[in-house]
Design a protein around this ligand. Structure first.
Ligand code: NCD
Length: 308
């Protein structure tokens, strides 16, 4: 039997297909639910060491809509981190003030580190360029709702595949569903070799390309991503790839698309996706961002043991 009770959500790799589907089903059931007091008396600590709009606010909103409370910060400059306190010390202290921790941090492995030193559940809201598992749940939910199925889709990941943690998590999850994957990026931003190897070991049909031209017609889903400027060690390297892709309605019309194409983007967008796409039938990214609410309600309720 699937149970998320008191479990950490650190990496999508820790979940099997049945567990992924369980959360999607729970989210679907909770999607149109009115406010409840399911999590009354529970406190979520929302610890954001990196900028966030969607992830932080949708977690906080989901918690409040389930009757719970939220403490935390969006800016570590106002906390003891500025005095030199370590993440593990901060986590141990904050554990005494809450029932669950949601953590976003620039260091890869930070969520696991926090989970290793506390006894309450930790949810990874993004650890550096590594993983962003709760985004993956909402991406899967969006694909399932808009395409009608998760099975056997052909997806093109476009943009920064090196540093884009949402791509790393989603590609891993879609391997359970027989997806064929196109990784479209400049050579310097290719998917890291270990991710590619893992996917190939799992018998995923993977292709690497530098352009959407000639490929867009095969895709059921385009997953567009922002170039992760803040993760480049060398600003010159960023300048070389800045603005390299600009997905637009005209581009897709010119290259050709498959019927029913859907374009997803975890957002925020900078210049990689033109707003000419917004009014098309394939644009689902604003809807995708709203799906953060049912997914995060489902995860909080399941982890805090409010649902079976
Ligand atoms: C993403 C992230 O933080 O990795 N944003 C999000 O959570 N929706 C994508 C990004 O910042 O580019």
């Amino acid at each position: 039997m699937v149970s998320f009770k008191q479990r950490n959500i650190i990496s999508i790799r820790h979940f099997n297909k049945e567990e992924l589907l369980y959360i999607l089903d729970l989210a679907s059931r909770m999607d149109h639910m009115d406010h409840t007091d399911m999590l009354k008396g529970k406190v979520l600590a929302s610890l954001f060491f990196e900028p966030s709009t969607r992830t932080r606010l949708s977690f906080e909103s989901a918690m409040k809509r389930l009757g719970g409370m939220v403490i935390g910060f969006a800016e570590p400059g106002g906390t003891s981190t500025a005095k030199g306190e370590s993440l593990s010390d901060s986590a141990k202290i904050i554990e005494g003030y809450c029932d669950i921790i949601v953590l976003r941090h620039y260091l890869e492995g930070s969520a696991q580190l926090a989970a290793d030193v506390v006894k309450i559940p930790v949810i990874n809201a993004g650890d550096g360029a590594n993983q962003h598992p709760t985004q993956t749940f909402l991406d899967l939910y969006t694909i399932q709702k808009t395409k009608g199925t998760l099975e056997g889709i052909t997806i093109g990941f476009l943009g920064d595949l090196k540093y884009g943690r949402t791509v790393h998590s989603l590609a891993y999850a879609l391997a359970y569903f027989g997806a064929e994957m196109y990784f479209i990026s400049p050579p310097s931003l290719r998917l890291p070799a270990d991710f590619l190897e893992t996917l190939k070991d799992r018998k995923v049909k993977c292709h690497e390309n530098e352009s959407l031209m000639g490929i867009s017609k095969r895709l059921d889903v385009i997953y567009c991503t922002r170039i992760q400027k803040e993760r480049f060690a060398d600003p010159i390297e960023f300048e070389k790839v800045r603005g390299i892709y600009r997905l637009s309605k005209t581009m897709l019309e010119e290259f050709g698309i498959k019927d029913g194409l859907k374009v997803l983007h975890p957002l925020p967008r900078v210049d990689e996706m033109d707003d000419s796409l917004d009014a098309t039938d394939f644009a689902v990214y604003f809807h995708q961002a709203r799906n953060g609410i049912p997914i995060r309600k489902a995860l909080l309720a399941a982890v805090l043991g409010a649902v079976e």
